[in-house]
Design a binder for this molecule. Structure first.
Ligand code: PMP
Length: 425
């Protein structure tokens, strides 16, 4: 492992929590060089919703490569892109009555967010964006400005401007529902507030990095109506919560809202290949050719696996049912853990298969994850203080692996939490 210490930048983070060299992976399992198998509750931070090296996509990918299908295509028309767009329209957009143009952005989530912000600013001719406390949108400067995390913001090195933060659902609420949205509406209505109308609002329906805060459906509906009232675009950043993670393809579906702009990445390619898109209402597609560019907007290998993922998992409701079953199991086990160790100490977070448990502080969460890793489970923390133990396992995880992983996790809670109580008393 010396070469990593010697050569790789110290910016690396996940490898600090899981200091071993991995060689192979299948569905919800990662295997290291020594042949030890780990259950993966991190799943590429939400990129492997369909598991590692899913056989349903692997053969079509191999076939495409074998036939010398175009690998890199800039934004030229290719057969692979055509078939992806057709499948995305037929399987995802049309049945949901969503009318969007699809913009292929650079292949990372943060690039899709940059595009979303630019679209809002261009369409409305205003620079301001509203984002929410504990929101996470990426590490390029525009997206970083909309991100809450202090540590990461500090790395920017320049002023992060043109974003106003308001409280997310439940943030600082003393029983006063929708406090942040009421404030936003009031500030934008009052001609004396000094607050200018922003171009758009960017929101995660469940805050992935910010601690698995799940917005209520009524809150999302209210947010949509505040956006409509004040002529701001509603941007849903579905990079982590989308592609089935919360139970439906788009995380906002149960709220019945229609965002103006949506970002997707992470699990979109299905296979862990880099791929991102920004979806926008057709009238917002006001770009001049090449105005937002990028060399890697044509990752055709990702188009192939993304298309097959849609065909294999989203043609009917079976996958949604499978996600719901697993989500119910995770919720039950987490609820049991909470009952066992005290509702006053730990709380349930998230929605669907984007679930976690908040413990009193980051150290405790880290200890739990460390103990879990020592027993063969890969799991990370999230939240402003790293205080949430975050379960993000593949949606395709075999039930035995899910149960075994949850057992390891429960044992880790059992070990760490009594120690914590003993220290406090
Ligand atoms: N938005 C959300 C909601 C995310 O969770 C992330 C990644 N954690 C991003 C944007 C940025 O994606 P990427 O790391 O691919 O740039």
């Amino acid at each position: 492992m010396e070469i990593f210490e010697q050569l790789e930048s110290q910016v690396r983070s996940y490898s600090r929590s899981f200091p071993t060299v991995f060689t192979t992976a299948k569905n919800a399992r990662l295997v290291n060089r020594e042949g030890q198998s780990y259950i993966d509750f991190l799943a590429g931070a939400g990129t492997l919703n369909y598991g590692h090296n899913n056989d349903r996509f692997k053969q079509p990918l191999i076939d495409y490569i074998q036939a010398d299908g175009v690998t890199h295509g800039l934004d030229m028309f290719t057969d692979a892109k055509e078939r992806f767009l057709q499948a995305f329209n037929d399987i995802i957009l049309k049945p949901r009555e969503l009318d969007y143009k699809v913009q292929f952005t650079g292949p990372t989530g943060t690039n899709a967010v940059e595009v979303a912000l630019k679209i809002a600013r261009k369409a409305k001719g205003r620079s301001g964006i509203v984002s929410f406390t504990n929101g996470y949108h990426g590490c390029t400067l525009g997206a970083q400005a909309a991100t809450g995390n202090k540590g990461q913001r500090g790395g920017a090195g320049v002023a992060l401007t043109d974003v106003t933060r308001i409280p997310y659902d439940g943030y600082g609420d003393d029983g006063d529902d929708f406090m942040g949205l009421k404030l936003l509406d009031q500030l934008l209505t009052d001609p004396g507030s000094g607050v200018e109308t922003p171009a758009g609002v960017i929101v995660e329906t469940v805050q992935g990095e910010g601690g698995l805060n799940a917005a209520r459906m009524e809150w999302l509906q209210e947010l949509e109506s505040v956006c409509r009232k004040h002529d701001m675009l509603l941007i849903v950043d579905d990079i982590q919560a989308g592609c089935g993670r919360t139970g439906t393809f788009f995380s906002f579906e149960p709220a019945g809202i229609k965002p103006d702009v949506v970002t997707l990445s992470k699990s979109l390619s299905g296979y862990g290949l880099p791929f991102a898109v920004t979806l926008m209402r057709p009238e917002l597609d006001q770009w001049k050719p090449g105005e937002h560019n990028g060399t890697f907007r044509g990752n055709n290998l990702a188009f192939v696996t993304a298309r097959v993922a849609l065909e294999e998992y989203w043609q009917n409701r079976d996958f949604e049912q499978q996600i719901a079953e697993r989500a119910a199991l995770v919720e039950k086990r987490f609820t049991d853990i909470i009952k066992r160790f005290g509702e006053d100490v730990i709380t349930l977070k998230g929605r669907g298969m984007m679930r976690g448990v908040a413990v009193p502080d980051g150290d405790t969460a880290e200890q739990i994850c460390r103990d879990a890793f020592a027993h063969g489970l890969i799991i990370e923390t999230s939240g402003a203080y790293g205080e949430v133990v975050k379960c993000l396992c593949p949606l395709t995880i075999p039930l035995e692996d899910l149960k075994q992983g949850l057992d390891i996790l429960e044992n880790a809670f059992a070990k760490v939490l009594p120690e914590l109580k003993a220290k406090a008393s």
